[in-house]
Write a protein that binds this ligand. Sequence first.
Ligand SMILES: Cc1cc2nc3c(=O)[nH]c(=O)nc-3n(C[C@H](O)[C@H](O)[C@H](O)COP(=O)(O)OP(=O)(O)OC[C@H]3O[C@@H](n4cnc5c(N)ncnc54)[C@H](O)[C@@H]3O)c2cc1C
Length: 554
Amino acid sequence: MDEISGGLKKAGFKGETDNSPATLDLYSHDASMFELRPKLVVKPTDGKDVATLVKYVAANKKKHPGLSVTARSAGTDMSGGAINNSIIVDFREHFTKIGKITSKNAQVQPGVLYRDFEPQTLAHDALMPTYPASRDLASVGGMVNNNSGGEKSLEYGKTEDFVKELSFVFADGVERTVKPLTKTELNKKMKQKDFEGQVYKELFKLVDDNYDEIKAAKPKVSKNSTGYNLWDVWDRETGVFDLTKLIVGAQGTLGFVTDIHFKLVPKRDHSGLLVLFMRGIDDLGEVIPKVLEHKPATFESFDDATMWLGIKFMPSFHKMLGWKGVIKLFLSFIPTGLTFWRGFPKLVLMVEFNGHSEDEVRDKVKALHRELSQHRARYEINGFEEDVTEGKAQKFWLMRRYSFQLLRSKVKDKHTAPFIDDFVVPPVYLTDFLPRLRKIIKKYKLFATIAGHMGDGNFHVIPLMKLEDPKDRKKILPAMKAVNNLVLKYHGSLSGEHNDGLVRGPWLEMMYGRSVLRLFRETKDIMDPENIFNPHKKAKADWEFSFGHIRDHF
Ligand SMILES: Cc1cc2nc3c(=O)[nH]c(=O)nc-3n(C[C@H](O)[C@H](O)[C@H](O)COP(=O)(O)OP(=O)(O)OC[C@H]3O[C@@H](n4cnc5c(N)ncnc54)[C@H](O)[C@@H]3O)c2cc1C
């Protein structure tokens, strides 16, 4: 790699290059169960520098067939999207500028952490509402490239709905603006004699020739991060061709995002939470539609294992809250704990409402509470907790948002193995689906926490395993296939927000069929003819490669 480093410098690359063992170790992992050791880590300084890098790699690909570039922002990807075995391109170091923000729009570079971006939008009474549970760790670039979603996606949708325009480095090493085009603008682009013209011409032909098949392939769930969003690129009715829809969620397999224009929504002034402690999951089929009729802003859930974890490791929240905050948190838990005297709940449901005044929120919370209380005996709910002042609710949000982080950092003898971590099943099927899911978890003796976005039917099941033990590794493939089959039987999607990467890429054919997978692969070939961007992922993934790179030492 010294030759590559030297070559890059000669080509005018201005950023740092580093192949020290410590750096390569650090970039060998993301939040997935995989390990891939890069040969070089580079930190481009700006869009031009990224373009220089990509041009150099494209020009040297024939000489060095293993050469590739994989983008990385905060590295919290759970699918293995942010690791690879050639060059890792770090966007966290220099792409950290926040541009102009108004109450409606924001311009921001991809390496900015969401936690640094949010206060700037809130200063304009505005919000980019699709932040993930990893909101304190993740960058906005990772959110765009994974098409992330989170607790507010039930009301607002996913990141794809908020990207207005991107700066994007194409495979020919040129940075260009990508935004929705009218048919006249598209025709003009298609006449260009350069790589951009070729991309637009070939992609338009692909999505127009296969229009009905592509539209029919769109998963019938409220959120999806699998495959390429081909169905949203071209709309014959509106005449709009929008390449941002393809790039969002592509995990950097089609090119690199260097700048982002987001649409923002007004911040809601008040919110309130109704928490339901469920004794079992059998009543979910009736409870979920009742809750959704009330149009909550968020509808989240976590199981008893997650709750125990939160209680056991409560002191570890001191870094975030300070010790005074932890004591307050502990005290606020006492009344909740007392409601469990008749038994610990199997599932906690959190239903949040927004409004312009506290009274409006209180009315919404009370209306749902009243309706569910009428059926209480039937529904086996062992308690409710209301909070319309955003105070007491904190303990539940902490458990919901930080359970995966706690699992990763606190459980020492086993490791988180996210391989069934993000499926989506339309909520109407959950009563049938969840007992069958539990059966699979039991059959493979997986100790797993379950949390998720109940309103979307999007669940995060995170088994804890000894990944270095061949007996545990052997369980992964059959357990994953069993869950995938079950999800697809109920018309679901394998990922709502965490994306495909190494873990779900190999199963795209299972989900979409051979013909649609062929269209995904053609899309990749059009945008990235030399296969330089993030290989082995999404439409070009195969399980043998992925399985061969599961971590076996920690
Ligand atoms: C505790 C925890 C909770 C999580 N909860 C959620 C959740 O609720 N919802 C959710 O959606 N996800 C969740 N995730 C997964 C992850 O945090 C998010 O998807 C997040 O948005 C990724 O951001 P990142 O900056 O870490 O991206 P990275 O991990 O650095 O990258 C993510 C992907 O985007 C690509 N990429 C990064 N930057 C660029 C760029 N500039 N150009 C092109 N491609 C690029 C990478 O190659 C990779 O494929 C969670 C993860 C953890 C650890």
